[in-house]
Structure formats: structure tokens, C-alpha cells
Ligand binder design. Sequence first.
Ligand code: BTN
Length: 246
Amino acid sequence: LGQELTYFDATDSTQFTAHKLAQEGATEGHVVIANEQTAGKGRLGRDWYSRKGTSVSISMILRPDLPPQKTPQLTLLTAVAVVRAIKNIVGIECDIKWPNDILLKGKKLVGILTEMQADPDRVHSIIIGIGINVNQRSDDFDPSIRDLATSLAIEKGKTVERAQVISAVLNEFEHLYDLYLNEGFTPIRSLWEVYSISVGTYIYARTMREVIYGYAKGITNDGVLLLEDEKGQEHKIYSADIEIAS
Ligand code: BTN
């Protein structure tokens, strides 16, 4: 991983670039990194803010020979890798909120965006984008997210070396990805459940159609969240925003 690396001082979005490189034939493990993104993108068409020098923006191109429905497993794996890298490098323990948010004291620290693409004459590619808030101060965040977002520097009270964060994330990812390719999802799922705050608790799941309140029982091997509502009926949540009920 990272043997092939494309680095930008500034780009619109590492995610767009990774898609383009994958179409042109980039191989498994190609990593795109930017110092600044001018049009970073988040899930569900949202913007992702990554101003110069403050955040870590990575997109990785993977080509595992797996059926597409297993892709969510890689998102969960990525979240585990980032949580462990942050613990190793800065000693901060953060939580995973299903499916792919990493929170620190309830505020967003990391976003992960996983996308798939069919490439001519090759195994399809999976592009995993990771955005980590590293050195932002509170007023660096857009006012619309200021109360909802945090950074490693805010938590530590000092700046954090971004290069160290990048290499720790790539190392941890490589290690877990090898484990996954050799032993499957089971060991990753156990780790994910250790770091998750959205399992074993009552939550609101806001889907495209409705809001469901219930007890989050766990995740399936496909990364689907299992929610039992107050009538005891089980719901499979494929995509939603989760709020932990207090
Ligand atoms: C989210 O929580 O909405 C996901 C945010 C993903 C942001 C990362 S930063 C690197 C990569 N490039 C992008 O434009 N987005 C992802």
C-alpha cells in the first residue's frame, strides 16, 4: 500500500483524482494524498472541508477480488484502522459511529467515504477516502459545523505532525487489510464492535424514508446494522444517519 503514491499540494478532491487514476489503470494500493482540497466531498453529497495544512486527506485505490456486496466491510475495516492509528500516534481514544464516522467526545473527527467503480478490463476498483481533522482550531471550521466538529490539535492542545498520522493510518490499514484477505471479516468485525458506540445501545436511525428508534443489536457480516424497535420488530439498516439516544 502506498508503493504508488500521487501527492498534491492542492487538488479539488483526492477522491475525484483516485477515480480518474483507477479508470486509467492504477493498481491495488495506489494512494492519493493532498495537502489541501478545494472541493472535498463527503457522504450524501455533502461538502468536506479540508483547508490548507490542517487536515489529512487520503484516497486509496483497492482492487480486491470480492463480490461488490462485501464493500461495506472495507469501510468498517478502515474505521478500525484509523481509530487504532490515532490511538498509537497521539494516545487519543475515539469512537466509531455506524457506519463510518469517527467521533471524539461526540464530535466528528474523521469522515470515511467508500465508492465503487467499474474499470475497463480490470477487477472493479474500490476508492476509500479518509478525511482526518488534525490541526484545525475551532474557528477554522465552517460556522455550520463548528459545534459538531473537532480536531486532534483541539483535543491535545498542540499541533500534531500530519505525516505521522498518514503513515500510521496506512500501516494500520495494510495490517488489517492483510488480516481481512487471509482470515475474512470475522476478526475485523470483533475489533469494530470494541470501538463502536452504536451497538448495544438505543439509537435513532434516520433513513431516507423514516426515523426508527430502537436497540442496536449488532452488525451483520455485510456491515448492515440490526435494530430492534419497541415492538420487538427487527430492522436491517443499510444506510442512515445515527443518533445515540440519551
Ligand atoms: C463524510 O463523513 O461525509 C465522509 C468524508 C470523506 C472525506 C474524505 S477526505 C479524502 C477524500 N476526498 C474527498 O473529497 N473526500 C474524502
